[in-house]
Design a protein around this ligand. Structure first.
Ligand code: PLP
Length: 397
């Protein structure tokens, strides 16, 4: 169906940070399937572990115990604030699970009613992005994604991201006649909404208010999680632990997987309440296990920190050379956004010009060009990427 405005190229093979199209043209890939290909393309280890897994077992139902799933859950809980994990297949699906969990928490822990108009409310941020399924897109605080699909799911309210006063006032309003708020759902860094890092003081205050009222604080780490920020989990950048968080994208390094990770106090589902046919199958979990093991073995977290600083520095240099077109750079680690001035070429125009130069980038809104390369990118490749971007910028006059 006509769901994507696609570029007229077809990518046929990849190696590390490079991809080649069917015409043989090579591109430096700073999109990585939109923050997915953590280890780059056609990674040797991933190829080896996945082909072994294919030779052993690809899929079995969650009717049975799945050792690979247990190992991946242990790898996530052993390295995060979470105690239990539910596996699914995508970011939207992980957020759907989080939304169901939030509602159950609202009923069971906060005693919120079930009548229409009296039910649990989830607070999310404006300019957020949580996926395209009906509840996840309702959670997404961007009206353009709701248009044409009304009625939206009941029980979501929005406030401006990083705005403590606005958050406090919405919370107060929702709670004026008794408990109504089941959860607050936030990205530690807003990716699709324009690469806006979370503000520590804001997140600390949200944590404090959620604790005071037993409201679940859920983080959507679908884009920023699994090392992309330079820390394994995005919440570590803020020094604020969530009660639950969602993962997808980078966890499988290109194999579809999603996860909802929860602390013991938010471990509320009982058998029969939530499920997924494919969720957590041996193949997808082997991919997740390999990605996490390789982050550790190759010491990719300090690498992402160093490469993130270099990228930010290189982009800041670009901004200082083109102040009429570029406004600034923001982000964490290897999720950086180059902010264009409104009168400059739009982000989609610059992305297109960069593609002509052999560089793949992705917009985050009309005025931000996003860099989300494989975490294995090196210094030389980053310098090359920014040089190609500068050529693209100059080509636009
Ligand atoms: N949450 C965030 C923060 C995302 O960036 C995305 C996708 O861009 C999603 C959720 C949706 O993930 P998926 O496309 O896997 O459903």
């Amino acid at each position: 169906m006509d769901t994507y405005a696609r570029f007229p190229i077809a990518l046929q093979r990849g190696q590390g940070v490079w991809v080649w199209d069917t015409a043989g043209k090579r591109y430096l890939d700073c999109v990585a399937g939109i923050a997915v290909c953590t280890l780059g393309h056609s990674d040797r280890r991933l190829r080896r572990t996945l082909s072994r897994q294919l030779g052993q077992l690809q899929h079995v139902s969650n009717l049975y115990q799945i050792p690979e799933q247990e190992q991946l859950a242990a790898a996530i809980t052993g390295s995060s604030c979470a105690d239990r994990v539910f596996f699914c297949n995508s970011g939207a699906e992980a957020n759907e699970a989080a939304i169901k969990l939030a509602r159950k928490h609202g009923h069971q822990v906060r005693g919120i009613g079930t009548e229409p108009g009296q039910g649990p409310v989830i607070l999310t941020a404006q300019a957020s992005f949580h996926g395209r399924t009906l509840a996840a897109v309702t959670a997404t605080g961007q009206p353009k994604y709701h248009q044409g699909f009304e009625p939206m799911v009941e029980g979501f309210k929005y406030f401006p991201y990083n705005d403590t006063a606005a958050f406090e006032s919405l919370l107060e309003q929702c709670e004026a006649h008794g408990p109504r708020v089941a959860a607050v759902l936030l990205e530690p860094l807003q990716g699709e909404g324009g690469v806006h890092p979370g503000n520590r003081a804001f997140f600390e205050r949200v944590r404090q208010l959620c604790d005071a009222k037993q409201i679940l604080l859920i983080f959507d780490e679908v884009q920023i999680g699994v090392g992309r920020s330079g820390r394994l989990w995005g919440y570590e950048q803020l020094g604020v632990e969530p009660d639950a968080f969602t993962l997808a994208k980078g966890l499988g390094g290109g194999i579809p997987i999603g996860a909802l990770a929860v602390k013991a106090k938010a471990d509320l589902f009982v058998p029969g309440e939530h499920a997924s046919t494919f969720g957590g199958n041996p193949f997808a979990c082997r991919a997740g296990l390999t990605v996490l093991a390789e982050l550790e073995r190759r010491q990719l977290l300090p690498h992402v920190q160093a490469m993130g600083s270099l990228l930010q520095e290189l982009l800041a240099g670009l901004v200082s050379r083109h102040p009429g077109k570029l406004e600034g750079v923001r982000g964490w680690g290897l999720l950086q956004g180059l902010v264009l001035r409104s009168e400059a070429p739009s982000a989609p125009e610059l992305v297109k010009a960069a593609m002509a130069q052999g560089l793949l980038l992705v917009p985050a809104g009309p005025q931000v060009v996003r860099f989300v390369p494989p975490l294995v990118i090196n210094r030389r490749q980053l310098r090359r990427a920014v040089a190609l971007l500068e050529r693209a910028l100059l080509s636009l006059g």
